[in-house]
Every structure is written in C-alpha cells, then in structure tokens.
Design a protein around this ligand. Structure first.
Ligand code: SF4
Ligand code: SF4
Length: 442
C-alpha cells in the first residue's frame, strides 16, 4: 500500500508511544463522579435530575438543549449529591452534576455483552435519533455534536467518509488500542455512518507507525465491501481534519470553511466506536478509552474510564510519582490543555492525560528571532507565524486578519521547530482570540 501525506508543511516529532502495547484495562470506579453538563461545542444540556435522585449507570442526567447540544448520562449508580457551578480546571466556570457511587447498577436497556451485533437498522432518521439521544460528540478533542456533523444540510453533498485513526499527538495510544481491540465494531460504526450519509465507501486513515492496527483493520475490512484502510505518513499534524482531507482526497478545505465544503465528513475512531455502542448495543456515552502516559514516573497505560472520574483519581490508581511532576495535560503535549486543578473530571473529549516531568515542563529561555523561516516551512496551514507574533505584539488586528490567523489550527508545529524557542503557539492563540473578539464586538 502506498503511504500518503498532505501537501504543505508538517514536522517530525518524537512520538513516545510508550503505552502502545498496553491493552485497554477498565479503571477502578471512583467514589464520586463530577459530570459537566457541557462537554461539547454548543448549548449546555438541560438538567433533568435533582439533588437526592437515585440514578443508575446510563440514566439521563441532562438532555440536549437544541440542535447544537448533547445529552449527558450518569456514569456510576448512586445518588445525585450536588448540582453546582465549579472551576473547570482550565480557567472557566461550568455546571457540574456530582454523583456519589453506590454499587454499580446499569439501566436494563443496555446490552453489555461482548457479542458483536452486525445487522444495522436501515432507517437514517432512526440512526440519527439514536446517536443524538446517546449524547455522542467528536471524541478526538473538538466535541462537536456528531448528529449535526453527519446530517448533511440542503444544498451540500458528501462523497467521502474518512475515519480518523491517525492519533499523531506524542504519547497518546488510546485510538491505536481501540483499532486493535475493537476493529470490527469500528468497521460496523463506519457502516452506520455510511448509511446515514447515503454513500457506499469509507476510508480508515491510520498512521504508518501503527502496523498492528493497520494489519488488524485490513483483515476485518476484507469482509466489509467499500471500507478501505489507508496508511498515512507519520508526520505531524497528519490527524488535523484539513490535513487529512488533503492527504486522502488531494482537496483543500477553503479558508473559513468546513470539511463539508470539500464534500468530506471526518470522524475520529473513538467517536465511531461510540456510535457502534449506541446503535448496536443501546449504550449511551458514559465511558471512554484514554491514555495515561508521559515522561514522569508512571506506568504508561490505556484505560476504559467512566466520564466524570477525577483526573487525580486516575493518577492515584496508576501510582504516578507526583514528586517531580511539572505539568499534567488533558490530551497530548502538542495541542492539549494544561490542567490547573487535578480534581477536574474526564469528559467525553479527554483522549489522554500526559504527565511531564518538571525538567520538560520548564519554559525554555527565548532568544531573538533569527528569521530562519523554519516556522513558515513547518506550518501546515501555510501561515507566517513569525509575522503573526509581530502583529500580536503590536496589537495590529488588521494585519492579523490579513495574515489569516483565524486559519491557524493551533498545532504548535511552529513553536516546536523554532530555534529561538519563541512561544509562537501562544501568540497564535492570542491573535485568534483578539481577532475573534473584535469581530464579535463589531
Ligand atoms: S522559527 Fe523562530 S527564529 Fe526562525 S523565523 Fe520563525 S520565529 Fe524566527
Ligand atoms: S500553530 Fe498555527 S501558525 Fe503555528 S504551525 Fe500550527 S497552524 Fe501554523
């Protein structure tokens, strides 16, 4: 099979996939879970329980409020203890439902057996309804409600479904393990999306550095006509939606537009697995697989975790030595968010927890820009990071707009290659934020 890649920029990063051989294991259950009512892009879900209510695993806690929203479910059985606004751990307030665990009792409707269900319901509206009701959102990080992304509006058309199994962030291996251990379920989930989109074909894109996942899915897809596996070059950020569309189809998503404008739908493998569980097993999204890894003193692992589990609980279960920890990140080191409060819970979009040693986490000394152009060569969006930095420093919004800072995907490639160690990614974040804020104000 010929390995493909995207046209502009990209960098080679050390992958550190040290948890790749660690099979998915179910994490012990915490005493309390903290379930935010907004774990997605859009409106918070509307709370349908009250303090004191008894719930089971899979009981609806809050219902999607409008089209761009997603329901949330209890991930443990027990009692609703609190409904309150708390610090998210990432600098903002959010409404959280606290459930105290008592036993582990499930809603009867769920099929929790290992049996694979292959027969797919035929009705597109019914499939969308199930996915919506199960609270499924993009689990690769974006958290966009999946029914919205897969329900194609009038006047638009799709001819390519891409399943994103790239997982290009260093350390993270949860998607890789899912592809190896739940390959057929992912292919059936892909087939469900095919039915919804009304197209016959799909491509599962996998990084060339995952030969076991490629082999496993190639073996399974032999039995499913129209689903093919594509090996992609191990270059960062291969898993970016726009980069992946370019890799697979050669098309470009125009500035400010969506994959749909390139006639593509992209779904991450964890999302596709959740779709399988919702449609074929009637299991709403109350758990997910995540990686715990990093260069701190820990055991690299892939866990099946209940949503709402505190990150501190996972670190404790893994016996992470916290003495020399400099930073804990939700996600990978390139695009993840540093966690300020370790009590913050796992959400639907937490694909991993990266724990870095104090030495790695220290901000390096910066020096003057030597105008080497490395940041420009690395940028997969064809931007000029060094000029974005200058415009941010001068707070020149007109220049920021002309530099297309809003197209920045915040991949961090520019910061990674800069020999002067200038935090270009931070400047891009500020630039995007300031431009967005001023446009909104207007
Ligand atoms: S990589 Fe760093 S030093 Fe080189 S041009 Fe860009 S900002 Fe300047
Ligand atoms: S963070 Fe933005 S500017 Fe920097 S390389 Fe990525 S897309 Fe380009």
């Amino acid at each position: 099979m010929k390995t493909k890649t995207f046209a502009i920029g990209g960098i080679h990063v050390d992958k550190h996939k040290i948890s790749s051989q660690s099979a998915i294991q179910e994490l012990a259950l915490p005493e309390m879970v903290y379930i935010p009512v907004k774990q997605h892009i859009g409106a918070p879900a509307k709370i349908v329980v009250k303090v004191g209510d008894r719930v089971k695993v899979g009981t609806l806690l809050a219902e999607a409020d409008g089209v761009l929203s997603a329901s949330v479910y209890a991930s443990v059985s027990g009692q609703v203890m609190k409904i309150e606004e708390v610090n998210s751990g990432q600098g903002y307030l959010e409404t959280v439902i606290t459930v105290k665990r008592e036993g582990d009792e499930f809603e009867e409707s769920m099929d929790l057996s290992d049996e694979i269900v292959r027969e797919i319901p035929d009705n597109k509206e019914e499939l969308l309804k199930i996915i919506r009701s199960a609270g499924i959102v993009g689990m690769g990080g974006a958290g966009f409600p999946t029914p919205v992304k897969t329900n194609i509006p009038e006047g638009k058309s799709v001819d390519t479904l891409i399943i994103n199994g790239i997982e290009c962030e260093p350390y993270l291996t949860a998607d890789s393990r899912l592809m190896e251990e739940k390959a057929e379920q992912i292919v059936i989930g892909t087939r469900i999306l095919n039915k919804i989109l009304g197209i016959q074909h799909a491509i599962i894109a996998i990084d060339e550095n995952k030969p076991q996942a490629i082999a496993r899915l190639q073996e399974i897809t032999k039995r499913y006509v129209g689903v093919n596996v594509q090996s992609c070059k191990s270059i960062y950020p291969q898993g970016g939606e726009k980069q992946l569309i370019n890799t697979i189809t050669g098309r470009e998503v125009p500035s400010g537009k969506l994959p749909l404008d390139a006639h593509c739908v992209v779904q991450n493998v964890a999302t596709v697995y959740a779709i399988y569980e919702a449609v074929q097993k009637r299991i709403p999204l109350f758990r997910r697989v995540l990686t715990l890894s990093g260069n701190a003193d820990l055991t690299p692992s892939n866990y099946l975790v209940r949503i709402g589990t505190p990150i501190s609980f996972i670190l404790h279960e893994n016996q992470v030595n916290m003495d020399n920890v400099g930073k804990v990140i939700a996600g990978g080191p390139m695009m993840g968010q540093a966690i300020a409060a370790l009590e913050a819970p796992v959400t639907k979009t937490t694909s991993g927890i990266t724990v870095l040693s104090a030495e790695t986490a220290d901000k390096p000394e910066t020096s003057a820009c030597i105008r080497c152009g490395k940041c420009v060569d690395a940028c997969p969006m064809g931007l000029m990071p060094l000029n974005i930095r200058a415009a941010v420093e001068e707070n020149d919004i007109a220049i920021l707009k002309s530099l297309h800072v809003q197209d920045c995907i915040l991949c961090g490639s520019c910061s990674y290659v800069c020999p002067a160690k200038i935090p270009l990614l931070d400047y891009c974040k500020i630039g995007k934020y300031e431009l967005g804020r001023q446009q909104k104000a207007k």
